[in-house]
Design a protein around this ligand. Sequence first.
Ligand code: B3K
Ligand code: ZN
Length: 877
Amino acid sequence: MKTIEPPVIRLQDYTAPAFLLDQVDLTFELDPDRTIVTSKLAVRRQDGNAEAFHLDGDKDMTLLSVWIDGRELNSDEYELEEESLTLHNLPDQFTLEIQTAINPAANTKLEGLYRSGGMYCTQCEAEGFRRITFFPDRPDVMTRYRVKVCAPVDSCPILLSNGNNVETGELREGWHYAVWDDPFPKPSYLFALVAGDLAMVEDHFTTRSGRDVTLRIFVEHGNETRCDHAMDSLKRSMKWDEDRFGLEYDLDIFNIVAVSDFNMGAMENKSLNVFNAKYILADAETATDSDFELVEGIVAHEYFHNWTGNRVTCRDWFQLSLKEGLTVFRDQEFSADQRSRAVKRIDDVRLLRARQFPEDSGPLSHPVRPDSYIEINNFYTATVYEKGAEVIRMMHSLLGEEGFQKGMKLYFERHDGQAVTCDDFAAAMADANDFDMSHFKRWYSQSGTPHVTVVEDYDAAAKRYTLTLSQETRPTPGQERKYPLHIPLRTALLDSNGKDMAVSRRGRSATEHLLQMEADKQEFVFEDVAEKPVLSINRDFTAPVVLHLPYDDATRAFLMAHDNDAFNRWEAAQQYASALMLKMVGEYQAGKELTVDPDFIAAMGRVVQDQEIDASFKALLLTLPSEEYVSEQMSVVDIDAIHAAREKLRRAIGEAHQDGFKHIYDATKQSGPFSNTPEAAGQRALRNSALAYLGAADEKTAPARLKDHFDTADNMTDSVAALRLLADVTAPEHDRAFDIFLAKWKSNAQVMDKWLALQAMSRRADTLMQVRALLDHPVFNIKNPNKVRALVGAFCSANPLRFHAADGSGYDFLAEMVVKLDKINPQVAARLMGPLGQWRRFDEDRQRKMRSALKAILDSGELSRDVFEIASKSYGE
Ligand code: B3K
Ligand code: ZN
């Protein structure tokens, strides 16, 4: 390995900052190749023993001059290294001025100040501010910012930064400036600057205490009409945060800017959120229903950060989940309150299982609060975000809504304006409720997904039902020994009619009980249990665990039909289907004919016929577990077998219930203008699910049927549904539909991302060849993260059948792309590598090929910290 191993940063080494800042004044003279940044810091010694003041920097930045209290330092009066500037012999209080030159046009890492489509924008979280100026770039240094932005009027009529615009004016020939002052102290990662020629959409929101807030969304000219949904989502988020959390917005202005080149989804910079354009722009013609939901969820998420993240921030980056887990929980609750709660919960659990569970059982497994990292950008993970949100949700289940809100109130009373830790959050929850969180907090420090095994016993004579639960978490890297966790499980017992029985536990009679498991093995006794019950446990997925239940198929079918907890109804269907698919996998591997269980087909038939359930929930019940989910349950993944089993089952369901699906397809056709209400979206989801089953049932007529669906679609959801299925087909209809789509939408970046991804996810055998050809297509651009994720990301992460081709061609392709991308954008490159880290789960031949792809990356020359960390941890010993 040629890379010199970069240092490991550890939580246990944390020390408080030696110097604090009272004020920061920044001046930017914007120029594409040479922007001059002047920073003036009012510095105060915090630690009397501290000798040196350490400022972070970056090798892409040039230091021009350093001044202390008005005197310029000679170069022998400071230590300048590639990534730092250190000052010695300092007074207790002083003014430090630093001038740097940076090159936004050459910044392909998209961290710090960069150019995107002719505008200037910034991304500073986590450590991008140090690419703008030398600074104590750590979240526990909070201060007030005053920012002067200078630029030519014609190319940059719009000049934005955080806080309030307090001054504007003319400068030399053709130049102007704007001064922005942010009254709220903030860490450097929340700094933002945007300048360019942008169109603006404006609206207003009046807070409950009467503050009139101006809301503005800035987009490229021509996109003004595509902001309505984002603006509406913002206003609903502001109102919801007042109603549910009692939290109001705190400034007179809230700006959002949409940019085309962005590493992540969006960024919560104080009063100047910067978004990946993909998560702002949405209209009936170009956005799918899932796009509408994502825009709503992400706009809400960034807005909610204003309190959970900005007003109270993280002490250090190990505490990232303090703001992310909590804010994800808040955005999930917002979306649940806006649309179907059950459907939202199921979607969230599917995401957790698809992304977090594999992460937690693989080489990159880490606790919600990691203990160490090489590159913090690698820790914006499903564990920190989604499992972090589950940890907050469990606190909510344990304390109830009222108790949880009491905890939130105390958290803000104690910590507003501070940079704090996950322990501080848990302490506020504990103290406000007089609840002992000491055991529960292990969820923050222990990695891995607990497995809970359930054994039941019913004593008919005593009318007593006893559950014996045991928990086990398998070892993860760096954590050999695991301890029991505090696991809340909402539970009910169903009678033979499928109704929740009133049963007693510890003298309290109720139809639902929250079991709290704390030991490795524990008994839970229920009294007054009139008949042998059917267990419904972990309702609404109260705990993020894997359950091992003593159910047979008949019990699963019973719960699928009767459980009054919608989540567990869906879960029973999923478990029933997974068990069946695994059995079929066994048959496939033994070279036998695959047999389909008629009882399962009949159970699905009852779902098809059910008139009571709403359309979106029905569509979910009809969706078989993904190939990835089933893989998770196999000791050695056999993608071909899983694919064969799933296809066979889909065909059997489609054939058996053709009439029912035809009826659904016709009955759910909508007429009149497009509507994006949850009801209308539900109808579309159900109709497209019926379309898929009809196609599976009759492969001969499928291409024509799909092409007809495509031709008659009057919205993006239906067009994409048709293309997704046509993508797998080898027929003239395939090429025609993809060509028509390209011709119609080639100038729309968001739609072209879909066009690329749909082709990359095709199950056709020639997919990798197509993907390679698309790398040279004019709509592809390797410097644009959305395009890379749409083409390379979709192939490697969302097309297991072709990515895991037996000849290793998928692995070699990914290695080649990672090496190439690492030179351009390390964050994007590192994020593509996840699938290679799963090598231990595959057969020996694939293991060898996956590891050799990782080795090729490690041996390719100098690597970024980002790629080095993921590749070396994934490769293993
Ligand atoms: N906080 C940002 C993510 C920043 C990513 C830095 N690599 C978006 C969010 O979670 O809201
Ligand atoms: Zn966030």
